[in-house]
Ligand binder design. Structure first.
Ligand code: ADP
Ligand code: MG
Length: 144
């Protein structure tokens, strides 16, 4: 699915809808978000978290790599930003695999290309493209 959003709120709404759809259909727990700085990844994730029922404000984890939020019944939502990562070794140190192997977790990953070789096959990919000041092209690829 590919759509063009005309402002940040539309991008948030799209993220919110994806979260609700994934919960309903028991889809993959890893959502990879690709795109340049400022293309809307964090904005999308803010909506995604809302779709999971998280009411806390979602701040960008760029400097701390990972933020964790609780939702539902003993479930956890992780927002990862690997911008400062160099390689898969760092991911191992952080125990990222353990995070996505736990089916009670949902992960959104900004800059997943940093760990391309270890990403699980079963995942959703969302690609962001800057079109204009407030326009973004967003492509969502689920595995069905
Ligand atoms: P990234 O995480 O990809 O670096 P952010 O979501 O942090 O990007 O930043 C996107 C910026 O662009 C925000 O300031 C947001 O308000 C703005 N923006 C303007 N139009 C849009 C849009 N259509 N979708 C997403 N963000 C938008
Ligand atoms: Mg970001």
């Amino acid at each position: 699915m590919e759509i063009i959003t005309k402002n940040a709120l539309e991008t948030q709404k799209l993220g919110e809808k994806l979260a609700k759809d994934l919960i309903k259909s028991n889809q993959p727990v890893v959502i990879c978000l690709y795109g340049d700085l400022g293309s809307g990844k964090t904005t999308f994730i803010q909506g995604f978290a809302k779709g999971l029922g998280i009411t806390k404000r979602i701040l960008s984890p760029t400097f701390i790599v990972s933020r964790e939020y609780e939702f539902g019944k003993n479930k956890k939502f992780y927002h990862l930003d690997l911008y400062r990562f160099n390689n898969e070794k760092e991911a191992e140190i952080l125990g990222l695999k353990e995070l996505w192997e736990n089916k009670n977790n949902i992960l959104t990953i900004e800059w997943p290309e940093k760990i391309e070789n270890i990403l699980p096959k079963d995942r959703v990919e969302v690609r962001f493209e800057y079109i204009g000041e407030e326009k973004r092209k967003i492509k969502v690829m689920t595995n069905d």
